[in-house]
Structure formats: structure tokens, C-alpha cells
Ligand binder design. Structure first.
Ligand SMILES: Nc1ncnc2c1ncn2[C@@H]1O[C@H](COP(=O)(O)OP(=O)(O)OP(=O)(O)O)[C@@H](O)[C@H]1O
Length: 205
């Protein structure tokens, strides 16, 4: 197993949103998180990534094996595409940025300032970052937002390549990525029970 989440409960703004979530990913596996807007997909992914505390449960993964890609891609607007990738390579202690440039067809934009990219191009740069990190377990929050049909296929290809190389991916998405190999976890049955009135008051104390 490269990632195991056991009986996790998460809250947003002090209000529990999900509980009892368990999942496991082995090398080469992808799992898609499904559920309606607001059910807590982002909150769960952030908790798994260690970016916010969980209410309950455990996350087991090798140290420094996880990388999270969320809505804010961490792009530095004043740096060029190449400089952004080189910066991340330095942060993560890797050295290959050419695979990332190629996979997301960023080579023609290599010397463009990131701030001058379109929304979809920025998204491609944010996803290219995943390849540069060299980390095996990708935690992806709505990775295809702003991507056109070609770029979605590009992204699906990158995920497939990652899985084939023994990586894993946990993906919150509303669209069908065409990843036949991905399992699906519906979060609807894990919606946290509404708070009792007393507890509800407690949230605001
Ligand atoms: N800053 C915040 N403070 C308090 N509650 C919040 C905050 N942001 C989101 N929420 C609430 O937390 C719950 C979970 O939100 P979350 O973003 O995790 O859902 P999601 O499943 O990722 O939704 P979507 O499909 O719309 O991206 C929602 O009910 C949302 O309204």
C-alpha cells in the first residue's frame, strides 16, 4: 500500500462534513472521489495531504510520498514557465523538468511569464509540477478545471503514465477522465450527521 486512510472524519469551519472514510491505494492504482458540490472532497484531500487537521482517523503513507495539487497551483506569476518548474525541481530535490514540459506541451510557452498564461495553460503548468516533484502519490482536487478536451486527454495520459510507473492517484473530479482503471469512491454515504442543536451552539462558542 502506498496510501491508507482509516476511518477519517473531517470538518470545515468547525462543522463536521464527512466521517468514517476509509480507502487504500496500492502502486499503480487510482481512486476517484465522487459526491455532490460541498460534500467535502476538497476538505478530505487537504486533510489527507496534512494541510489541515482531521477530526478522526489515520493516514498512513511513506514520509514525503504525497503531493497535493489544488485550486491554487502555487505558480509564481513573475517567473517564466521554465523558471517555475526549475524552482519546484529545486524544492523537491529533482532535476528533470523536460518530461513535465513535454507531457503538458508547455515547451512552446517555456519562456512566457506564468502570469501571462491563460487559465488552462496555468492549470497545465500546475499539473506539470506534479511530474517535477517525483512524488509517488498524487492528491488531485478538480485537476481538469479550465482544461479543454485535448488538455483533459493530456492529463489523463499523464496519470496513466504515472500509474504505469508505479505511482498512485486520489482524484476529486466531477468529469469522466476516461481512466477505465480507476476505482470510484462515492462519499455520499459518509456525509457527517447533522449536529444536535446543543452541538450546533457549541460550534459558535
Ligand atoms: N471557508 C469555509 N468555511 C466554512 N465552511 C466552508 C468553507 N469552505 C467550504 N465550506 C463548506 O464546507 C463543506 C465542504 O466543502 P468542500 O470544498 O470540501 O466540498 P467539495 O466536495 O470539494 O465541493 P465542490 O464539489 O463544490 O468542490 C461545504 O459544505 C462548504 O460549504
Amino acid at each position: 500500500m502506498v496510501l491508507r486512510v482509516t476511518d477519517m472524519g473531517v470538518a470545515r469551519g468547525g462543522v463536521p462534513v464527512l466521517d468514517g472514510v476509509s480507502l487504500a491505494l496500492g502502486p499503480g492504482e487510482a481512486l476517484v472521489l465522487r459526491g455532490p458540490n460541498g460534500i467535502g472532497k476538497t476538505t478530505l484531500l487537504r486533510a489527507v495531504a496534512g494541510l489541515q487537521p482531521a477530526l478522526a482517523g489515520q493516514v498512513e503513507a511513506a514520509p514525503e510520498s504525497l503531493v497535493y495539487a489544488g485550486h491554487a497551483d502555487g505558480i509564481k506569476a513573475a517567473l517564466t514557465v521554465t523558471e517555475n518548474l526549475a524552482f519546484w525541481a529545486q524544492v523537491f530535490g529533482t532535476d528533470d523538468i523536460s518530461t513535465a514540459l513535454e507531457t503538458f506541451r508547455l515547451a512552446p510557452l517555456a519562456h512566457r511569464q506564468a502570469g501571462a498564461l491563460s487559465a488552462g495553460q496555468k492549470r497545465r503548468l500546475g499539473l506539470a509540477r506534479l511530474l517535477v516533484t517525483g512524488r509517488p502519490v498524487w492528491l488531485l482536487d478538480e485537476p481538469t478545471v479550465s482544461l479543454d478536451v485535448d488538455a483533459v486527454a493530456m492529463f489523463a495520459g499523464a496519470v496513466r503514465g504515472h500509474l504505469a510507473a508505479g505511482g498512485a492517484a486520489l482524484i476529486a473530479t466531477h468529469i469522466d477522465l476516461g481512466l477505465a482503471e480507476a476505482r470510484v469512491l462515492d462519499l455520499a454515504p459518509h456525509r457527517a450527521a447533522p449536529l444536535e442543536l446543543d452541538d450546533f451552539d457549541g460550534v459558535f462558542l
